[in-house]
Design a protein around this ligand. Structure first.
Ligand code: FAD
Length: 435
């Protein structure tokens, strides 16, 4: 065992060396810091697609950090296993005085972290955790009576009232990079070593495009236009800092800042109301009698419903791991309302495919679309895919790109007629809610 006392910094959803709260505190603590990443086998084993683009994305981000660490005479330990086993292994190799990391609010992660904390406490090793992936977490933005908000607008108002320069200040992490533990480089696992194949996630801007941000409020709803930031995956894995991004959004476009607040709203909801992971935020909606037709679900997944805007969205998702927000809303409404398929089926499909998949945002938005979430669209508002197309893809550029055959006879006929589906939906929802 190496006898020099060290601290560990454990990277999770914060794959960056700059403006990283937990890493900053670790590096400032005085002890040399060993950076660590764990490929969690309990997560990897659950991924059916061994060409998962997200694993590739993480691997790229680790390689970029590793190159910088090696240039600074240090190296990252990348381990494969369950987090508890890996942390145990590290305590057998190093004289670990403390483990630092950033908060993660998902139920699985919180249980995992409790187990790690118990183990470390038993060994008299400190476990320090910090807020990093949001501006305001947990119960930092609550009503005056301390109850959680369940409606977005008053939440966002309070969020903005509370915001000041302190919360947006970057952590000057680079200033302390010389405190990384110096040791020879350790080669990174290859994707093959962890049972995956290469699946490049495409070109993803790692920085805010300020031109896009400036016009965000006018361009964000049009799927054929490059009018959104495409930073979702970077926010998911922490390859951008929310503090820097929120600061720029505040200066450039209030609508963009609002979307970042939606992200925090759903993270707060998940933390305050963990029952949403399995059930409706509004339990009455759990009485809806979903039709759950497996064939129709398969057609929806494959982008073969006969509704061009729905099919375009699903094909974009299947091919790229991304779908434009406006189209996500349309396909989610179509699945839950036109086809009366349980929102959890759609949620699970998105979780498998989306590069920017995030439990809180995915769950919150699916519940919003199905009408069962907090501050959700009322159930009787059923998106009309044709009107949505007229409004948001009037020149059919998006549809032509993803469904080139849509004007030909070979294109599938609609699997359900809009007016019939709408009426059926209203009847079934009403019956479920009146129980
Ligand atoms: C059914 C459905 C499922 C969704 N699943 C996810 C998901 O798994 N992960 C995810 O990050 N977003 C999800 N969203 C929200 C939204 O569609 C994406 O955040 C957005 O399309 C990502 O593209 P962008 O980075 O260009 O976003 P931009 O429009 O540029 O927005 C900037 C950032 O704000 C946040 N944001 C924007 N809109 C929302 C929103 N409605 N809710 C929460 N955060 C938001 C995201 O972090 C996003 O990256 C979902 C939306 C719907 C309707």
């Amino acid at each position: 065992m190496n006898t020099t006392p060290i601290s560990i910094f454990w990277f999770r959803r914060d794959l960056r060396l700059s403006d990283n709260a937990g890493l900053y505190h670790a590096l400032r603590s005085g002890l040399p810091v060993v950076p660590v990443f764990i490929f969690d086998t309990s997560i990897l084993e659950g991924l059916e697609d061994k060409q998962d683009k997200r694993v590739h994305f993480i691997h790229n981000a680790l390689a970029a950090m590793q190159a910088k660490l090696e240039a600074a005479g240090s190296t990252m330990h990348v381990l494969l296993g369950t987090p508890l086993d890996c942390i145990k292994q590290l305590t057998a190799v190093y004289h670990v005085a403390a483990v630092y990391t950033n908060h993660d609010y998902e139920p699985y992660a919180m249980t995992r972290d409790r187990g790690i904390r118990d183990f470390l406490e038993g060994k008299q090793i400190a476990f320090h955790t910090y807020k990093d992936q949001v501006i305001f977490e947990k119960d930092e933005v609550v009503k005056d009576n301390k109850e959680p908000y369940t409606v977005f607008t008053p939440y966002s108002r309070k969020w903005k009232e509370k915001l000041n320069a302190f919360y947006l200040k970057p952590y000057p992490t680079e200033k302390y990079h010389h405190h990384f533990y110096q040791q020879p480089a350790r080669p990174l696992f290859s994707l093959q070593d962890i049972g995956f194949k290469s699946a490049p996630p495409g070109t993803l801007p790692a920085q805010l495009d300020e031109e896009i941000a400036r016009h965000y409020d006018t361009t964000r709803d049009f799927p054929a236009v490059a009018g959104t930031t495409r930073l979702g995956v970077h926010l998911r894995f922490g390859t951008v800092s929310i503090r820097r991004l929120a600061a720029r959004a505040q200066e450039l476009n209030g609508t963009l800042l609002n979307e970042l607040i939606w992200r925090e709203f759903y993270m707060m909801i998940l933390w305050q109301f963990p029952h949403v992971v399995n059930g409706s935020f509004k339990p009455a909606y759990d009485h809806i009698k979903w039709r759950n037709n497996e064939q129709e679900f398969a057609l929806w997944c494959a982008g073969q419903t006969g509704y061009p805007i729905v099919d375009a969205g699903m094909r974009e998702l299947n091919e790229t791991g991304f779908m434009h927000n406006r189209v996500r809303m349309i396909v989610a409404s179509f699945l839950t309302k036109h086809l009366l398929i349980d929102w959890r089926w759609g949620e699970a499909y998105f979780a498998e495919k989306l590069l920017d998949y995030d439990l809180s945002a995915n769950n919150g938005n699916w519940q919003w679309a199905a009408g069962c979430g907090c501050d959700a669209a009322p159930y009787f508002r059923v998106f009309n895919p044709y009107l949505q197309t007229q409004k948001f893809d009037s020149e059919l550029k998006y549809i032509r790109r993803w469904v080139p055959e849509y004007e030909q006879l070979t294109y599938v006929r609609p699997i359900v007629e809009h007016t019939v589906a709408r009426e059926r939906c209203l009847k079934v929802y009403k019956a479920g809610l009146e129980r």
